[in-house]
Design a protein around this ligand. Structure first.
Ligand code: SF4
Ligand code: SF4
Length: 393
């Protein structure tokens, strides 16, 4: 059985949050169960892009500060690192408040730059992760709970994709193509190659809608912690009210038989589950609808059956960020106009995730619109076969 702890907290005020984190960790042994004196402990927040804390794109700096303080008090040496999607590491650190959090706690900020080649034992035989990440004595994963256009939800497992350095992320998207299953498998194998000692989820203010870059903040007032990120994500998905069959990482974890992938194998501690109000996150617009078509048919009809990206001419400033980030090079900017080659597009939604102006829109194929009208479902959420059952057993 895997243990996952939940604590409620009212906002990000430092001393309140500190007490909540201590309360959260107490049932799983406290910080001293995870940090030994003299260890270099790398905190891995979500530092997707240069957005202010209230936008809920990045892990809140107060949580980073509290955990860094606790690591130091336990005798550890706190490092804070990531490899942002866009914007440059220092700029993201400054804008997100994590730079100041590091200064105040005496932690060292480290950008993931250099990668080290590692041998995988699963489907992916060779993986390259940041040297500083792989070399740390302990990892404390600090994800933000958000919806995710490609994977439906990003939390503990997905946050570790940040250990892949910079533009190498695009290469992995390209390798996985449009297969959510294969990408989920990659993420799970990255987690297994260097397992975090502890995962603490920032779900105080989470993100719903068009996450992970352009969604809306949603107040949950929750922290979630556990050793196993798969189990932590199962619980986080329940807290967000997202049907399990829409969670690609969770489904793949079950098919791999990973510990913690089933809710029934998880022991909940901390705040009693029955006292947590049920929530149902709005899901991203680009989520594919699952009609159970055979894969060959779905492939043939891809452009008609799926959503696809298109720039909003009114808000797009032609900065080229999406073009440079697009794994298969499906975006071109010519004669002051942006176009997307839909046949080449793998629907990874990196363009929407990284657009600083929220100018990449979701369009739906003709067949998709028709099917949705007939099925009377507007989103994958509504056409999902399983209903969210909340956190109570
Ligand atoms: S869609 Fe966004 S990222 Fe792409 S060129 Fe326009 S403004 Fe830049
Ligand atoms: S156009 Fe956007 S969704 Fe399509 S492959 Fe490029 S980044 Fe991914």
């Amino acid at each position: 059985m895997e243990t996952v702890s939940i604590a409620t907290v009212d906002g990000y005020e430092l001393s309140t949050l500190r007490h909540a984190v201590i309360r959260l960790l107490e049932p799983i042994g406290g910080i001293s169960a995870f940090v030994n004196s003299g260890e270099r402990v790398l905190l891995k927040p979500n530092m997707l892009s240069a957005k202010e804390p209230h936008m809920a794109v990045t892990t809140h700096p107060s949580l980073v500060r509290v955990v860094a303080d606790l690591v130091r008090e336990a005798g550890g040496i706190a490092l804070i690192g990531d490899s942002p999607g866009i914007g440059g590491f220092l700029r993201v650190a400054e804008k997100s408040g994590i730079y100041e959090a590091a200064q105040q706690s005496g932690a060292t900020l480290i950008e993931f730059k250099e990668a080290v080649e590692l041998q995988g034992s699963g489907l992916f035989r060779s993986l390259r992760l940041a040297r500083v990440y792989y070399g740390a004595d302990k990892i404390i994963n600090l994800p933000k709970l958000k919806t995710h256009e490609m994977m439906t939800m990003t939390c503990a497992v997905k946050n570790l994709f940040g250990a892949v350095v910079g533009t190498e992320k695009a290469g992995w998207h390209l390798k996985a193509g449009s297969s959510r299953q294969l990408f989920a498998r990659l993420l799970l194998e990255i987690y297994q190659i260097k397992k975090p000692a502890l995962n603490i989820v920032d779900a105080v203010i989470a993100m719903e809608g068009n996450g992970p870059g352009n969604g809306d903040p949603i107040e949950l007032g929750l922290l979630v912690a556990g050793v196993n990120p798969v189990a932590v994500d199962v619980v986080a998905g329940r807290l967000a009210g997202i049907p399990a069959d829409l969670l690609h990482i969770g489904r793949e974890a079950i098919s791999m038989g990973l510990p913690g992938s089933k809710f029934d194998d998880i022991v909940l501690v901390g705040t009693p589950a029955g006292t947590i109000p049920q929530t149902r996150f709005r899901l991203p617009a680009g989520l594919d609808v699952q009609f159970g078509l055979p894969s060959f048919l779905a492939k043939t009809l891809k452009n008609h059956l799926t959503s696809y990206p298109a720039a909003d001419l009114k808000t797009c400033v032609l900065c080229g960020i999406c073009r440079d980030a697009c794994p298969p090079g499906a975006i071109t900017i010519k004669n002051s106009a942006l176009s997307v080659d839909n046949a080449r597009c793998i629907r990874c939604w990196c363009c929407r995730e990284l657009c600083p102006h929220d100018a990449m829109l979701v369009r739906r194929g003709l067949l998709l619109r028709t099917l949705m009208r007939f099925s009377r479902s507007k989103t994958a959420y509504e056409s999902s076969s399983s209903e969210p059952s909340g956190i109570s057993r």
